[in-house]
Ligand binder design. Structure first.
Ligand code: FES
Ligand code: FES
Length: 153
């Protein structure tokens, strides 16, 4: 049994401590917004925030995050308000198939928390997630738009 703090709530899970966080989130906690892509830490589809740091949950055993604040895509919007990144994504219609986008949005959320007005170079350095639909141009536009929304709020 392990106790994790997920989206602000302490929850007990009957899992082995070696289990990757992604499996706990999707298969046990039923938080399926976080996606499985490569399973090897390469694509970023499984990205979540751990103590504010972008983290690839497919290669993160839960024993490493027992005392951490874990945030998934489900934590970003409130009942009546999208996050700035989600608003920008909707405005610009960033997603194509959408599969990579929860991980992208989490990575962008982490980037803007540290760098509120990122340059294209900042974006290239920070956003290493893979999009098989090739939405990279719109992701870049979305990041700049999200930065404007944050600045205006
Ligand atoms: S599924 Fe985790 S990085 Fe690809
Ligand atoms: S929108 Fe399809 S993989 Fe990125």
């Amino acid at each position: 049994m392990v106790t994790l703090t997920v989206n602000g709530e302490k929850r007990d899970f009957d899992v082995e401590v070696e289990m990757p966080l992604l499996w706990v989130l999707r298969d046990v906690a039923n938080l399926t917004g976080t996606k499985f892509g490569c399973g090897a830490g390469l694509c970023g589809a499984c990205s979540v925030l751990v103590d504010g740091e972008i983290t690839r949950s497919c290669i993160t055993p839960v024993e490493g995050v027992l005392n951490s604040d874990i945030r998934t895509i489900e934590s970003l919007a409130t009942a009546d308000k999208l996050s700035a990144v989600q608003q920008a994504w909707a405005e610009i219609e960033v997603p194509q198939c959408g599969y990579c986008q929860p991980g992208m949005i989490m990575a962008v959320t982490a980037l803007l928390a540290q760098t509120p007005k990122p340059s294209d170079q900042d974006i290239d350095a920070a956003i290493t997630n893979i999009c098989r639909c090739g939405t990279y141009d719109r992701i870049r536009q979305g990041i700049h738009r999200a930065a404007e929304i944050v600045a205006a709020s």
